[in-house]
Design a protein around this ligand. Structure first.
Ligand code: IDP
Ligand code: MG
Length: 151
């Protein structure tokens, strides 16, 4: 397995509930490292770009309204298999289907307020990271990553 970089969003509901630390802590405890992090309020254009795959769906407008409604935290997260690993930590889209112990199962109630976004593939991660970050925003965490990779 290779070191991967994924986009995590601590969505506005999580920021509003004071869960930034809880969510970042779970990601760090798994052994993944943060290589970029930004507290920001997303504009409509970038929100529609981020959720482009859902354009035309019934929930699309509500989703864009929600994700732009208040500040979120965008993070680049790195580690071995970080894309699928973070999705596992986050849990299924609907908190009622999410595995116990996952963020959504433990901390969320509804699909529309499920606290966290995580990229679902390498292609999505690359596309989504470019919406939130420029090359200069990333710092090297190579030294810290190597401590976790003991093969
Ligand atoms: P994901 O966040 O688990 O990748 P997606 O299917 O990519 O889930 O959907 C993006 C986001 O859109 C979800 O996290 C959720 O907040 C919202 N969403 C997805 N499906 C529904 C729905 O049926 N009703 C309302 N909101 C939805
Ligand atoms: Mg998705």
């Amino acid at each position: 397995m290779a070191t991967e970089r994924t986009l995590i969003l601590v969505k506005p509901d999580a920021v509003s509930r004071g869960l930034i630390g809880e969510i970042v802590a779970r990601i760090e405890r798994r052994g993944y490292v943060v290589s970029a992090m930004k507290l920001m309020q997303l504009d409509g254009g970038r929100a529609r770009e981020h959720y482009a795959e859902h354009k035309g769906k019934a929930f699309f407008d509500d989703l864009v309204t929600f994700i732009t409604s208040a500040p979120l935290v965008a993070l680049a997260v790195e580690g071995e298999g970080a894309i699928d690993g973070c999705r596992q930590l986050i849990g299924a889209t609907n908190p009622l289907d999410a595995a116990p112990g996952s963020i959504r199962a433990d901390l969320a109630q509804t699909i529309g307020r499920n606290l966290v976004h995580g990229s679902d593939s390498a292609a999505s991660a690359q596309r989504e990271l470019a919406i939130f970050f420029e090359d200069k925003d990333f710092v090297s965490r190579r030294h810290d990553l190597e401590r976790w990779i003991k093969e």
